[in-house]
Design a protein around this ligand. Sequence first.
Ligand code: SF4
Length: 628
Amino acid sequence: MSIKGYGKQLRINLGERTSKEEQLDEVTMRKYLGGVGYGSMVLYSELDEKTDPLGPDNKLLFATGLLTGNHMPGGGSIEICFKSPLTGGWGESRSGGNFGPDLRKTGYDYVIFEGKSQDPVYIVLTDEGLEFKSAQSLLGKTVEEKTNEIREEMKDREISIMCIGPGGENLVTYSTIMCDGRAAGRCGAGAVMGSKNLLAFVVKGKQEVKVADKEKFLTAIRKAMREVRKNPDSAEFKKHGTTGDIPGCDSMGDWPTKNWQSNSWGKGEVLYGHFFEKNLVRPNDCYTGCPVGCGRVIKVEDGRFKTPEHEGGEYESISAFTAFLLNEDMDCAVHCTYLCNQLGIDTISAGGTIAFAIECFENGLLDKKNTDGIELRWGEPDILPELVKKIARREGIGDLLAKGVRRAAEIIGGNAIDYAIHGKGLEAPAHDPRSGKALAVTYGTASRGMCHIHPLEGMLYDSGKVDFGLIPFGLQDPETIDRWDEKGKGKAVKILQDACTLPDVLGNCKFMMYCGMTLDHFAEIISGATGWDMTVQELLKAGERILNLQKLFNLREGFGLDDDQLPARMRQVPAFGTYSFEERCGINDYEMMLREYYEARGWDEEGNITKDKLKELDLEKEKYPPQD
Ligand code: SF4
C-alpha cells in the first residue's frame, strides 16, 4: 500500500546512466517519516563499513521531508545524506532555499545518486523527465559561474540548482553543496558529489503535492504560522538575522574565541555594529513563504576586501572568521565567507582549521617552510582570503588544511591534536558548552559530530530557557535549572534530541521551533497531510528510532565511547576573557553527564544499543549485532 502523493523515489546510477522509479510502502513511510529519517534507513541498509566515502559505492541521497513545501512555515528544507569523507561516519547536511519544494513538485520525495560518472555531468529533473548533461565546461568554475551558465543553457532564471564549487571538485573533505547562496555545508557532501563527477543537480516541477485533508492541513498550518508570527524572536531574527546574536553570545560566554582558548572576546558588540551599519544591505528569506526571514543580503562597499552583494553573513560563518581567529576586520570576514561559498567549502570547518593551523604555527609545529612562506598569525586579516583559496584548490598548505583538523593533526604529529577542536572529526561550531552544560552533552553525542544545528537545543534549553513544549513529555522545566548545573543535563538532552531532530525529518527549518512551533503543531499538520492520526508520542518515538539508527551506523563504522568525548580544552575554564575566573564555567564531570545520557537512552555504559532497546524501537532486524 502506498500513501497518496508521498513516498516516491528515483534511483539514478551515474556510471550506467540509468534510473529507476520506486514507490515506498506506507509502513516504511510512517516508521521513518522522511528527510534524515528515511535517509538513515537507506544508508544503514544499503552501505557497509567498507564503503569508501569517496568511492562509487557511497550514495548521495537528496531527501525532502514529509512536510517540505511552500505552505509549511520554514518548509524549504532539503536534506542530503551520505557517509562522510570528513568523519568516516554518519553524514547529513541541510540547506534552505526553494530546491526542496521544487524537487517535490517533480513528483519525487527522494533522489538517490549511485556510482560514478565517467565524465563530469549535471542532472536535470523536470516534469518532462531526466537528462544527463555534460558538465565539462563547468569544471573549475565558481558556484555563481556554474549556476549562471546552467540557467543560461536552460533558458530559465527560476530553475532550482544545487551545485558544487572547486572545493567539491577537488574533494576537500569539508566541501559544500550550494543552493542559491545557502549551503548544505557540513560533513563534506560536496566531496561525495565531486567524487561521483556530478557537478550540479537541477530541478523544476509543477506537480501539486497532494494532501489527505486539505482543510485540516491548511487550518493546522495557519495555526502554526500565527504562533511563529507572534513570537517576539521572529521579529528579532528578521531585524538582526543570526549574526545579531554575536553581542549576546559574547557576553554570555557562548562565543568561542582564539581556537577555543576562551568563550568570550569582548569585541562582539563593536563587530556586529560594523556589520549592521556597513555590510548589511537588507534581510532576505531563503525560500518563498518563510515567516521569519533570517537571511541577509550583504556586501563590502570598497577597500581591499570589496565584495559584491550576496546572500550570506550568518552567525556561524562570521564567527568562524572573526572570533575563532581574533580577526577584528569584519569586512575581511564577510569577504572570506563569500569566498568559501563561491568556492564551495564549509565556512565553519575552514575557519576552525585555519585557527588550528595558526596555533600549530605559534607553537612551532608548522613553520614558513610548510605554509608556502605565509606567517600564520592571530588577528591578521590579509592572510585569510589566500588561505581560503589554497584550501579550495588544495594548493601547498591548503592541501593539509583541506583534510580537516583531526587528520591534519595526525599528519603534523607532536601535540597538534591538543589544538584540534572537533567532535567525531567535525570541526566545532561557534557555540560554547562552557556557557551551558546541556550543550556539552549534545556536542559529544550528536550523530554527525560537533555541528551547529543539532546541538543547539541544548544551548537554547540552558541559556534561552526554551522548553519546546516538551515539559508534558518529561522535560524538566528549564526555569528550574541553572545553566552551570551538570546534573540532570544528560537526561534532558535525550528528550531534546528526540524532539529536535524532527525538523530535519519533516523538512522544516529548525528556527520555527525556536520561534514557537511545537510537536503539537507538527502532529496536527502531519495528520492533515497524510490522513494518519499522528500524536506527539509517536513523533518522539520516531525521533528516538532515527537517532538510534544513526548511532547504529556509527557503531558499525567503529565509533565508540571515545568518540562521544569533548576536546580537553572545551572542558577547561577559559584562558582569558570575562569568564576566566568563573570556575563554574569549566566542565567538571562530563563522564557523569554522559552516563546519565546513556542511561536515559537505554544504552549500556559504553554507549552500545541494547537488544531490548532495538526491539522497543522496532530496529531489531537491522544488521549490526547489538551488545547485551
Ligand atoms: S528562518 Fe531563516 S533559515 Fe529558516 S527558512 Fe526562514 S530564512 Fe530560511
